[in-house]
Design a binder for this molecule. Structure first.
Ligand SMILES: Cc1cc2nc3c(=O)[nH]c(=O)nc-3n(C[C@H](O)[C@H](O)[C@H](O)COP(=O)(O)OP(=O)(O)OC[C@H]3O[C@@H](n4cnc5c(N)ncnc54)[C@H](O)[C@@H]3O)c2cc1C
Length: 479
């Protein structure tokens, strides 16, 4: 791939022997929510499991990316609890972390939690399940023999080492292992919709005062924008849980922001970041903290030079936006930037070509599959809000859809199963990427990998019936 410096050529890396650090049943590459779900599922399925994570803590986008809010897609509008298993267990634990506790079950919107406590909660889940894990470790190469993945090469402070595994789960979110193993992949650039976001955290906020501003000026809170509700519902949730969601795109409806845009005081673009008034915000009263996702950057999510630029510009943006807020937005008078994300929030980058493509119709029409390994609530998005910059409103109906196992199986390589929702085989990588659903695909992949390892087969050969039985034992409701 070309980068800004051009491509001066290639060199041949000398081959060399590397020490084998471990030999396990199941290797999980990438410790985001999907990876933790996969590792916990595999370890509970009796497999000797090792999770490899490049950051110094688990969670990925949900911690390093500072997206501290699980989109609540667990129940149908008639309150049937559809998404269960690890996804439900994890979100209940995250919600205990200076978040809404169990009260989230009574509300729509997002389940907002404290990121620092979330990191520890995820670590404890891995440990309690009995899985091993290595942090600050990058998976850099795939060990493929006769078309079968035998393990990976890792790089860390300990040097370059190999991990051998009977089955591997790719939860890097970028399909790194599949790509390194030579499996056919697709990238978001082919679709021409690469929009990512950089998140930051502002402290010292009087959250009650911020919420009161909307109570006094309810027309400033965009109804049915992104989320299927209005301010009354958001306020009821705040009163019960102490967490408030300000919907993505809603900044375009706030006079306080748009006045700043008109006078030039509020920068609509900072470096590579544009649409900064979009402003999704997640507030936690107890901490006096608001997490902010401003706008979007259209960069190549697999080009490290472009990622570097987006992170640096993102830090500048955090201070510019916060400075404006301290002058103009009630509750932010004494606010300070108290954290910027470790990772750029990559919405989608690379995903596999598998045995079956999951499609938007499967999700919106509730198609059933014999090889279902997870379920979600059918979602049909409408544009209910008429604002000038309004976008679709995520609306659920009383129906469910199945996630077929075949979407998790890459073509061209054996021994590998995909766990991250955004990198399974699909026509559009936004269909299964939300936190709730990526934990569903992660758990399915972990169970399948453990079953393959115990049978001495591969994830493609494994009995789907056995995978489904084990998933049910682990609390998954397959309908
Ligand atoms: C800006 C933004 C806002 C979002 N908002 C919401 C929201 O409000 N609600 C919601 O439900 N969803 C939201 N999403 C979607 C959701 O947060 C993510 O899709 C989900 O958290 C992804 O989890 P994951 O485990 O699949 O992938 P990731 O979180 O990306 O995890 C991948 C992990 O693998 C590690 N890794 C990657 N490559 C390697 C390697 N080579 N070696 C070792 N480790 C590696 C990474 O460090 C990371 O920890 C948002 C996403 C973005 C980007």
């Amino acid at each position: 791939m070309k980068n800004r410096l051009g491509t001066p050529g290639t060199v041949t890396e000398p081959s060399r022997e590397v020490p084998v650090r471990a030999e396990v049943d199941v290797l999980v590459a990438g410790g985001g929510l999907a990876g933790v779900s996969a590792a916990v599922a595999a370890a509970r399925g009796g497999a000797r499991t090792l999770l490899i994570e490049r950051n110094g803590f688990p969670g990925g986008v949900a911690t390093a990316g500072m997206c501290c809010s699980v989109f609540n897609c667990y129940h149908t509008p008639s309150h049937e609890l559809v998404v269960r298993g690890n996804s439900l267990e994890f979100v209940d634990r995250l919600a205990q972390c200076s978040g809404p506790g169990r009260a989230w079950h009574r509300h729509k919107g997002h389940i907002i939690y404290d990121i620092e406590r979330g990191k520890l909660a995820l670590t404890e889940m891995i440990e309690e399940a009995g899985a091993g894990y290595l942090l600050d470790t990058l998976v850099t190469a795939a060990l493929v023999e006769d078309g079968r993945l035998r393990g990976v090469v890792i790089e860390s402070k300990s040097g370059r080492e190999a991990i051998l595994a009977r089955a591997t789960v790719d939860t890097t979110g970028d399909a790194d292992v599949a790509y390194l193993a030579g499996a056919p992949v697709r990238t978001i650039e082919e679709l021409g919709w690469a929009k990512h976001s950089y998140c930051f955290r502002v402290g010292n906020v009087d959250v009650d005062r911020f919420v009161r501003y909307f109570s006094d000026n309810p027309e400033q809170y965009a109804p049915y924008m992104d989320v299927d509700w209005d301010f009354d519902e958001a306020r009821r949730q705040y009163e019960e849980t102490g967490t408030l969601l300000f919907p993505h795109g809603g900044g375009y409806e706030m006079d306080l922001i748009m006045q700043g845009v008109r006078t030039g005081e509020y920068a609509e673009r900072v470096g590579v970041h544009s649409q900064t008034p979009a402003l999704q915000m997640h507030a936690i009263r107890e901490l006096g903290v608001v997490h902010i996702i401003t706008g979007f950057c259209e960069i190549h999510g697999l080009d490290i030079a472009e990622i570097t630029r987006a992170i640096s510009d993102g830090k500048r943006m955090a201070f510019r936006v916060t400075e404006y807020f301290t002058k103009r937005v009630p509750g932010f008078e004494r606010a300070r930037v108290i954290g910027t994300a470790d990772d750029l929030g990559i919405r989608a980058s690379r995903w596999i070509e598998g045995e079956l493509d999951f499609t938007a119709e499967m999700k919106s029409e509730g198609v059933r599959f014999e090889d279902a390994v997870g379920r979600g609530v059918v979602q049909r998005d409408f544009k209910k809000h008429e604002g000038p910059k309004a976008w679709g409103c995520q609306t659920f109906v009383d129906d469910t859809f199945d996630i077929p196992y075949r979407c998790l199986l890459p073509k061209g390589v054996e021994g590998l199963v995909m766990g991250a929702g955004r990198s399974v085989s699909q026509t559009n990588p936004f269909l299964l990427r939300t936190m709730a659903l990526t934990m569903v695909t992660g758990q399915a992949a972990g169970v399948a990998a453990a079953a393959a390892a115990s049978e001495g087969s591969t994830p493609r050969e494994v009995s789907v019936r056995q995978v489904q039985t084990q998933l049910r034992r682990q609390g998954v409701d397959l309908g």
